[in-house]
Design a binder for this molecule. Structure first.
Ligand code: 13P
Length: 334
């Protein structure tokens, strides 16, 4: 696989006005989302719900690709078209979450490390064969008393780099996602410092392991105060802090940065992305790879009447895609 085709895919994922929809919830995580709206977590329901999202008419006007969970990569539309094939013929690049979730990090109480490197080369080969052209690996950094430790940051950065090198070897663009969680009562400055340390370590590890940045995308969390912090930050402060943190840590050659929503409201996720793009003078496209902030309104509506509300739920997905696509250009009207 040539670097040119990896770079081409990475650039297409962050094409102007387009972002990624993350629908890669594990079976346990989608179970939580379904439970919140009264949907039973069965394979049939998961398939139908993902079909709703992926077959939204005109989705590719604002969405470049979707990150799938492995189960979805192997499922098909009602008409029997495998999802990756359906996506490719409708202008959506198929992606796949390849990490196996997190486990407690031995020796570091309260911290986690992402698993899934064993056997990853063979899995990536199979995912490529099924049509995936990019992949995602999520590391989780928790802020708390005396954490994150340097060890936690380093081992997660090292695993992200090993994953990314394997992806590129197998022809897949690597999305590296070091998520700094919003849980806690820390202020925005602490979030800034932790995010900065994580990104420095990550780009060091990517460099050490020979990962081609041209074929890599960063999936970043925004720099925000912890959910329980009394001192809130306005949209401009979040936008400015996030952009400053990224500018001081992320090489300009990276094709783009996409944000996760991480539990922000739909309105915050869109307004903050828009504000960052309005700052201008950015070395990379800043776009989105939202899960909840793309889906939650549509899921709630669909759950009320899965048959009768199918089309309306798709219209809600399209509206969220359009708003976030405008925010990726700094042209959202609020
Ligand atoms: P949220 O936007 O819901 O945080 O999900 C994005 C994601 O892919 C987390 O790994």
């Amino acid at each position: 696989m040539s670097i040119e085709s990896l770079a081409e895919t990475a650039q297409a994922l962050v094409a102007p006005g387009k972002g990624i929809i993350a629908i890669d919830e594990s079976t346990a995580t989608i179970g939580k989302r379904f439970a919140a709206v009264g949907i039973e977590n069965t394979e049939a329901h998961r398939r139908r719900y993902r079909e709703l999202l992926l077959t939204t008419p005109r989705l590719s006007d604002h969405i470049s690709g979707a990150i799938l969970f492995e189960e979805t990569l192997r499922q098909s539309t009602e008409d029997g078209i495998p999802f990756p094939k359906y996506m490719a013929s409708h202008g959506l690049i198929p992606g796949i979450k390849v990490d196996r979730g997190t486990s407690p990090l031995a020796g570091c109480p309260g911290e986690r490390v992402t698993e899934g490197l064993d056997g990853l080369r063979d899995r990536l080969k199979a995912y490529y064969g099924l049509g995936a052209r990019f992949a995602k690996w999520r590391a989780v950094i928790t802020i708390g008393e005396d954490i994150p430790s340097g060890t936690c940051i380093e081992v997660n950065a090292h695993a992200l780099a090993r994953y990314a090198a394997l992806c590129q070897e197998q022809g897949l663009v690597a999305i590296v996602e070091p998520e700094v969680l919003m849980d806690g009562d820390h202020d925005i400055q602490v979030c800034y410092e932790v995010t900065e340390a994580m990104l420095r370590s990550l780009f060091g590890a990517l460099h050490d392991q020979g990962v081609l940045l041209e074929g890599t995308l960063l999936k970043a969390s925004m720099v925000v105060p912890g959910q329980d912090c009394e001192e809130r930050a306005d949209i401009e402060e979040v936008a400015e802090s996030t952009v400053m943190c990224l500018k001081s840590t992320v090489p300009a050659i990276l094709p783009g940065i996409v944000f996760l929503s991480g539990g922000q409201s739909d309105a915050d996720a869109t307004a903050r992305l828009d504000a960052m793009n309005r700052l201008g003078n950015l070395p990379w496209p800043l776009s989105f790879s939202y899960g909840r902030a793309m889906q939650q309104a549509a899921l709630a509506h669909w759950a009320k009447d899965p048959v009768g509300n199918f089309a309306k739920a798709q219209a809600i997905v399209l509206e969220r895609a359009k708003e976030n696509g405008l925010a990726a250009l700094g042209k959202w009207k609020g």
